[in-house]
Write a protein that binds this ligand. Structure first.
Ligand code: URA
Length: 209
């Protein structure tokens, strides 16, 4: 997989435009995020390894394609990652789920871990880390560091919007982790928000401010 894949499917782009619009309600934003996450999940799982198993249709026996290997691990980067997680789990209900909680230390500006819970045998699974906004890339890179420390070897990063700064940061820190996104936006503002962006993804999906 390329280091960066922008999913330019018309349905994804149409839904994303509605999500960006500040007039879109919390309920609508959440519903669209769920729908988009399924379309992105389709793309990020495109090259999963396959095998076959013998089944019997009502007509004949056949060797039918089926997913190979251990169940996927989806890892939500809290809190906004949970918005992508819900829709993905509908598409991949047997996935294992992990959570990474990070906050930014106001003095050092470095990400600090406050929660980490990962599925077993991470080394043997495709791990998909999810966070809607790849902005500076600092927390995403730190989350991937933690997953690698836990043994993950095959990781992909799924987001809704990416800033060029975040993509560059991830490429430098984790060149082996492909990024899948619905859009590559223009830049970050001085506060680290993506432009044109959609504002604070967590606030928009949970109705906080
Ligand atoms: N996180 C957000 O929720 N929005 C941004 O624009 C950047 C980071």
């Amino acid at each position: 997989m390329d280091h960066l894949t922008v999913v330019d499917h018309p349905l994804v782009q149409h839904k994303l435009t509605i999500m960006r619009d500040e007039a879109t309600s919390t309920a609508e934003f959440r519903r669209l995020l769920r729908e988009i996450s399924q379309l992105l999940a389709y793309e990020v799982t495109r090259e999963l390894p396959m095998t076959t198993k013998k089944i019997k249709t009502p007509m004949v026996e056949m060797d039918a394609p089926t997913l190979a290997g251990r169940k996927l691990a989806l890892v939500s980067i809290l809190r906004a990652g949970n918005g992508l997680l819900d829709g993905m789990l509908e598409l991949v209900p047997s996935a294992r789920v992990g959570f990474v909680g990070l906050y930014r230390d106001e003095e050092t500006l470095e990400p600090v871990q406050y929660y980490f819970k990962a599925p077993s045998e991470l080394n043997d699974r495709l791990v998909i880390a999810v966070d809607p906004m790849l902005a500076t890339g600092n927390s995403s890179a730190a989350a991937i560091d933690l997953l690698k420390k836990e043994g993950a070897q095959n990781i992909r990063f799924l987001c809704l919007l990416a800033a060029p700064e975040g993509v560059a940061r991830m490429k430098e820190a984790h060149p082996d982790v492909p990024i899948v996104t619905a859009a590559l936006d223009e830049r970050l503002n001085e506060k680290g928000y993506i432009l044109p962006g959609l504002g604070d993804a967590g606030d928009r999906m949970f109705g906080t401010r």
